[in-house]
Ligand binder design. Structure first.
Ligand code: GLN
Length: 445
């Protein structure tokens, strides 16, 4: 009741939700009132959740914020949803995003723009902008997002909440509508690091339905929140505090470094020399994978079908009218990059760059426990401010993208304000060592 009350109060101005299921959720919640968690093993029992609209929810519309999927009702649950339902979590509704998760501001939604709860003239970030805004506005205690190049961390930073991109393979992608399959990960957005650990605990783990999910046992994330970071070695890449990073953001990060040093950690400058190629490599690889993944939206198999003279005409009309401009741009870029004669020059080269970026991280994390920097070079920007040039928009993810290319886990936590808007601090760890990110994040917050 309190979740829907808050949504009624505030969602007209924040516009985080695309779909609400008050009747279904209240019925489920009432049924839970008569039960108790007998096992004591369901920390998320009865907790209201918001779900990004590219995660399949059986019987609840899943649009990816695309007009093309305006009428799409999945017939099965994503694995993460199945696991949350087993915990008796209550799904409040589905959250707005950039169409098919392509964007950094929510302005690419095929419906409407979600607003930053701290100042509604500003973007909430993207693509999981609805998820971050709903948590920041107190509509739900937690939300799930997805992160292909920063889509959990960047909106978490802009909205002043906690967001984790788990290690690639840590959380099942089964039932997540694929954008770039080799980069996509689902993760929790919460108000605190502790809440984040509770949610990851339930959604992490091997799933035979996702061949890229890894069969590594799930550790106890809660026990990592011990508050002690004495002796921890923290690396600060000079590229993360270089040109293009706002002075106000730099100041907050420097203060955080001093705070962590005060708690007994040592911080040292390092270099990640190949990170400057990350955005270029990402837009080749992500667009290539997207062009293949989005071929299935042809008007025949899923979603809205436009009438046409023949089959080809149906495809053309469905895709021309159903997809927004950014999605079309990515499909064209990807199709071009994968076309014969260009494959070696672009796709293959980008894959090589990806390996170099991964090696940079491996090398630094060989002698350090975590890497620290800002999540984004600036705080949230004004709605409409970066709409002119897609390249300007792409640069918002310059500090988050390298981690998707390498597969490492990364956590964004709030670290103060600059000009009245939240700043995000990013912590990057070794593969499958989300625990250390939680440990540092919890000690800091
Ligand atoms: N902003 C990046 C893009 O537009 C990342 C999106 C994401 O992580 N889903 O591709």
């Amino acid at each position: 009741e309190s979740a829907y009350e808050r949504i009624r109060d505030i969602d007209d101005s924040v516009q985080a939700f695309l779909t609400l299921d008050e009747e279904g959720a209240m019925a489920q919640a009432r049924a839970l009132d008569d039960q108790v968690d007998q096992s004591g093993k369901q920390p998320l029992f009865g907790i209201p959740a918001g779900i990004k609209d590219n995660i399949m929810t059986e019987g609840m519309k899943t649009t990816c914020a695309s007009q093309l999927l305006d009428n799409f009702n999945p017939v099965y649950d994503a694995t993460v949803m199945k696991r949350l339902r087993e915990q008796n979590t209550v799904t409040v509704g589905k959250l707005n995003m950039d169409e098919f998760a392509m964007g950094s501001s929510n302005e690419n939604s095929g419906y409407y723009v979600t607003r930053n709860p701290w100042n509604t003239d500003y973007v909430p970030g993207g693509s999981s902008g609805g998820s971050a805004a709903a948590v920041a506005a107190g509509e739900v205690p937690f939300a799930l997002g997805s992160d292909t190049g920063g889509s959990i961390r960047e909106p978490a930073a802009y909205c002043g909440v906690v967001g984790l991109k788990p290690t690639y393979g840590r959380v099942s992608r089964y039932g997540l509508v694929a954008f770039a399959s080799s980069l996509d990960q689902i993760g929790p957005i919460t108000r605190t690091v502790e809440d984040n650990a509770y949610v990851l605990q339930e959604i992490a783990g091997h799933d035979e339905r996702d061949s890229t999910s890894v069969d590594v046992s799930v550790p106890d994330y809660l026990s990592a929140l011990e508050g002690n970071i004495n002796g921890l070695r923290i690396a600060v890449p000079k590229e993360y505090l270089g040109e293009g990073v706002d002075a106000g953001v730099k100041d907050r990060i420097q203060e955080a470094i001093r705070t962590l040093e005060g708690m007994g950690a040592t911080c040292e400058e390092v270099s990640l020399p190949n990170s400057r190629y990350a955005v270029a490599a990402y837009y080749l690889l992500a667009s290539s994978e997207a062009s293949a993944n989005l071929a299935r939206f042809d008007g025949i198999r899923y979603g809205v079908r436009k009438d046409g003279d023949d089959l080809l005409d149906v495809y053309k009309k469905t895709r021309s009218e159903g997809f927004g401009n950014e999605v079309k741009r990515r499909i064209m870029l990807g199709t071009f990059a994968l076309s014969s004669g260009y494959y070696d020059a672009y796709y293959k080269k980008a894959q090589k760059v990806r390996t170099l970026i991964r090696e940079d991280y491996n090398q630094v994390l060989h002698s350090f426990d975590v890497i620290l920097g800002p999540t984004a070079p600036t705080t949230a920007f004004k709605i409409g401010e970066q709409n002119e040039d897609p390249l300007t928009m792409y640069l918002n993810d310059i500090l988050t993208i390298p981690v998707n290319l390498s597969g490492n886990p990364a956590l964004s936590i709030p670290c103060g304000f600059s000009n009245g808007l939240p700043v995000g601090l990013q912590l990057i760890g070794k593969p499958f060592e989300e625990r250390i990110l939680y440990r540092v994040g919890h000690a800091y917050e």
